[in-house]
Design a protein around this ligand. Structure first.
Ligand code: PLP
Length: 362
């Protein structure tokens, strides 16, 4: 960490910023560390961005991001006033934390093992956390969470499917949580839902306290474009909009808008890409099991695995020497696990041969 500066506001020195997976420049790299889509996005996206680049960059974009919100509304059977769009779902999450979870004296409930940005936002906005341990099988302990929520809380944040475990909850469990804290927001981050999870969007009409957050970074292969959105009843969307308009009027630029609309409207590309990732995931799970790994059931575009005979940090380092990047978290409970993003079939083969080679050498 860099030394604190005299010029910083006091809060800045206390922050523990999020550390993203590395994006190194290594020739022939097999990059399975940040859950990006291994396929390039739809050609319709490239065409739309090219067109937009030639047309109107001297003008500000639409501050209401109506075109993107309409495309989301079309796809999910919602109205525009039920959709909020932002510069990546990380930004949408940050606004949601500020809009809904700052209730002094009450704790925001989060699982102990989950997307680590939640802790970062809580610290940034001075939100106290109630950390709820996953159960033995690394699943969200819904009864414990609901019981804790019923005693009063600032809200609940969950990734479903969870990251980095890949395990998902059925909608009945989400409903249990929504009913346990009817006067606080339950935020369901569905960054990975398109790879086999069940979306809580179906519950939106019945629960005014539900906010569902999606991203184009994973299933639409647009991590580089930075587009995410939230879906909820209009009063929640109004709250997000008030925060956004106190922060940045134009989170979605013209290129991102054009690309996002084209992506959301290309159902055929989406269906093909998700099916390809899911098929590779199932095959890789079998191959890793054959190599002796324990593989958690995954509804996401990654696998969370551990090997009873090989230290996870050392395996990650040995893979890196062979130009294969996977993600290791030096965190209690999961320090012996690796999170492996699903690549193309050729990239998965490179991973399996590298592992086979490493196991032979020891
Ligand atoms: C990748 C990821 C995000 C961030 O998505 P962006 O839209 O790229 O900011 C949010 N939540 C979870 C759980 C993720 O894994």
């Amino acid at each position: 960490m860099t030394a604190p500066s005299l010029f910083w506001s006091p809060l800045v020195a206390t922050l523990h910023p999020y550390v993203p997976g590395e994006q190194p420049r290594i020739a022939g790299l097999v990059k399975l560390n940040t859950n990006e889509n291994p396929y390039p996005p739809s050609q319709a996206v490239i065409d739309a961005i090219t067109q937009a680049a030639a047309d109107g960059l001297e003008r500000y974009p639409d501050p209401e991001s109506l075109a993107v919100r309409e495309a989301v509304a079309r796809r999910h059977g919602l109205t525009v006033d039920q959709v909020f769009a932002g510069n990546g779902s990380d930004e949408v999450l940050a606004h949601a934390f500020q809009a809904f979870f700052c209730h002094p004296g009450q704790a925001l409930l989060v699982p102990d093992i989950t997307y680590s940005f939640y802790r970062v936002y809580a610290q940034l906005y001075g939100i106290e956390l109630g950390v709820m341990p996953l159960d033995e099988g690394l699943c969200v302990d819904v009864p414990a969470l609901a019981a804790r929520a019923a005693q009063g809380c600032a809200g609940i944040v969950l990734a479903n499917p969870n990251a980095p475990t890949g395990q998902g909850l059925p909608l009945a469990d989400i409903e249990t949580l929504l009913q346990a804290c009817p006067d606080r927001v339950v935020l369901v981050d569905e960054a990975y839902v398109d790879f086999g999870g069940t979306s809580a969007v179906a519950l939106l009409a019945r629960y005014p306290n539900l906010l569902v957050v999606h991203t184009l970074s994973k299933s639409r292969a647009l991590a580089g474009l930075r587009v995410g959105f939230a879906m909820g009843q209009a009063p929640l969307i109004d709250g997000l909009t008030r925060v956004k308009d106190s922060f940045n009027s134009y989170p979605l630029d013209r290129l991102a808008t054009a690309g996002a609309v084209a992506a959301l409207d290309d159902q055929a590309w989406f269906d093909r890409a998700c099916a390809a990732v899911i098929a590779s995931r199932e095959q890789l799970a079998q191959q890793l099991t054959a190599l002796g790994f324990e593989v958690l059931p995954s509804q996401a575009n990654f696998l969370f695995v551990r090997h009873p005979a090989h230290d996870a940090a050392r395996l990650a380092a040995a893979l890196r020497e062979r130009a294969v990047l996977v993600r290791h978290f030096s965190q209690a409970r999961i320090a012996q696990y690796l999170r492996i993003s699903i690549g193309t079939p050729a990239q998965c083969d490179r991973l399996v041969s590298a592992l086979t080679e490493i196991f032979k050498a020891v």
